[in-house]
Design a protein around this ligand. Structure first.
Ligand SMILES: [Zn+2]
Length: 194
């Protein structure tokens, strides 16, 4: 059984986060969203609690196979509390989510306290997700987040600029309009619905 003893309070902003593992190079995306009861007269237990979800492949989510966001816990004063029954029913199991929750809570707390778009702690990197500047879709891949544009839109944009897609690598300078759009865009932190 994996146990964790929290030793400090945490504050995590609502938002979409991508965590890049320094060990494996894999990345996972999380959503933290404050739940608001649909009936304000009779608020549920979850009202105003921050629900934490992970973005997983549909086939990996055997609780609700129509949604690729899998809610697995909520934010408390000191940790991300993992929902044991729900995670036990997921094919990854409780221990996977508990380990993930410890790392995620530490990184989310740190980046929430900073003014940074991206920070690295103990080799693991966390980034705030941004929307693709071309199509507005949320970007989850660290490389796309850093560029501010998804791979499909980047290809299209380069084709439109007369740059062949075969040469569309990250070594080519981005078109000026993208650079300025990237500098001007604001990071979406609040108001994200579950
Ligand atoms: Zn796009």
């Amino acid at each position: 059984m994996f146990t964790y003893t929290p030793n400090s309070t945490i504050t995590i902003k609502d938002g979409v986060y991508t965590i890049l593992s320094g060990k494996t190079g894999n990345h996972k995306t999380f959503k933290v969203a404050t739940h608001v009861s649909s009936n304000p007269e009779k608020p549920s237990y979850w009202n105003n609690k921050q629900i934490v979800s992970i973005r997983i492949a549909k086939e990996d989510n055997n609780v609700d196979n129509t949604d690729c966001w899998f809610a697995f816990g909520h934010v408390t004063k000191t940790e991300i509390c993992v929902w044991r029954k729900r995670t036990n029913e997921n094919r990854f199991g409780i221990e996977f989510f508990e380990r993930l929750a410890v790392v995620a809570a530490k990184l989310m707390n740190a980046i929430s306290a900073s003014n940074s778009q991206e920070i690295t702690i103990n080799g693991n990197t966390i980034l705030f997700a941004v929307d693709c500047m071309a199509c507005g879709e949320t970007l989850y891949n660290p490389e796309s987040i850093r560029k501010g544009i998804g791979p499909v839109c980047e290809k299209k944009a380069r084709a439109g600029k007369g740059i062949t897609t075969s040469s569309a690598t990250s070594t080519i300078a981005q078109p000026d309009q993208y650079v300025s759009a990237k500098l001007n865009r604001s990071v979406k932190l609040d108001g994200i619905s579950i």
